[in-house]
Design a protein around this ligand. Structure first.
Ligand code: AHG
Ligand code: MN
Ligand code: MN
Length: 329
């Protein structure tokens, strides 16, 4: 019997029905993100054909080379969500300060933080890229939102998810009621439910994912954590696109690590729009997250673009890494 065809719109409406207090604003935000994802996907899939690849000729707040597709993705998301009246403020990896909702548009009760394009250094090599998003409730008193609505700990997220632009384009999200994956059917321009109620396999495949080039810069504990996995016969898989490495970890199991090191004592990945949303997804899928000492979701943010060491994957593997780091510092 053919599987029922459930679009992301139908799925979100059904999810919303379960929560009578849901106002529909929340569903609109997810649907607007899905529209942005379709537009970004189309551009990525033709990136080699138009002059949209390559450097935008400037550096972002992190001193990283901004690619034209980074900027494109950032603009698409802003334009898809700035006028809907559902958001009170936005934040983007590509923009130093909080992004206000234009005065001409009404403000809503949610804040959106996002990494518009993750893994962008891989664009020219046709490696999978991603978009990561995090949604919080507005907590500030004023009519227009601001920093206070953005600097919230991960456990207060009302939704989180990502898009992976790979051999197919998938949107994966959670609102705290399971993790659901949708695959874009380009011929009809619809995201169709392909992975209902995703759970990380446990035990999963023996895969660890880390950039070993930095081994010598790691703490003794971190080195030991990786040595133990090698001794246990684990395979190494590292794509260098966080969303792609994360998606594989969610589907196959194992552990992803981007540790602190002597050059980057807080690691490289950003808390609010890379680590926290993926920590919500992996937690909802039965896995765990850590900064090496405790759950990512408990970290109280101090700055918009603050970095954190990041561990995501099967719970027992996260606990083993934390124990090795604790034992050897
Ligand atoms: P972004 O493209 O959004 O700046 O993210 C790049 C990140 C992440 O995608 C990946 O896990 C990490 O960079 C890879 O860093 P290394 O090259 O240092 O391993
Ligand atoms: Mn990123
Ligand atoms: Mn990015």
């Amino acid at each position: 019997m053919a599987e029922p065809v459930i679009t992301i719109g139908r799925h979100i409406i059904e999810q919303e029905r379960r929560y009578p207090e849901a106002t529909g604003a929340f569903s609109d935000i997810l649907l607007d993100i899905a529209i942005a994802a379709k537009i970004i996907s189309r551009e990525i899939n033709r990136a080699g054909l138009v002059d949209i690849v390559g450097s935008a000729g400037k550096l972002n707040v992190h001193g990283e080379d901004v690619r034209k597709l980074d900027e494109f993705a950032d603009e698409v998301i802003f334009n898809a969500l700035d006028h809907s009246g559902n958001l009170c403020v936005m934040a983007s990896e590509e923009v130093e300060d909080p992004i206000p909702i234009p005065e001409k548009f009404p403000c809503g009760n949610y804040a959106l933080l996002h990494d518009p394009l993750d893994g962008s250094s891989n664009i020219e090599a046709n490696v999978s890229l991603g978009t990561i998003f995090s949604i919080h409730r507005k907590i500030s008193k004023g009519e227009r939102g601001g920093t206070e609505d953005l600097l919230q700990p991960g456990h207060r997220q009302v939704a989180a998810g990502y898009v992976v632009y790979g051999s197919s384009t998938m949107l994966v999200y959670t609102t705290g009621a399971g993790v659901h994956g949708f695959t874009l059917e380009p011929s009809i321009g619809e995201f169709l439910l392909s992975h209902p109620s995703m759970k990380i396999p446990d035990p999963g495949k023996k895969i660890y994912s880390v950039n070993e080039a930095y081994y010598k810069r790691w703490s003794l504990g971190q080195q030991k954590a990786v040595d133990e996995l090698k001794d246990d016969g684990f395979s190494l898989r590292y794509i260098g696109s966080l969303v792609a490495d994360f998606h594989r970890t969610l589907l196959y199991g194992g552990v992803f690590m981007y540790p602190a090191d002597s050059t980057n004592p807080r690691g490289k990945l950003r808390l609010l729009y890379e680590a926290a949303p993926l920590a919500m997804v992996i937690g909802e899928a039965g896995g765990a997250s850590s900064d090496g000492h405790g759950s990512i979701l408990e970290i109280e943010p101090q700055e918009l673009h603050q970095r954190t060491p990041l561990y995501l994957g099967n719970r027992h593997l996260i606990e083993r890494a934390e124990a090795a780091i604790k034992a050897d510092g």
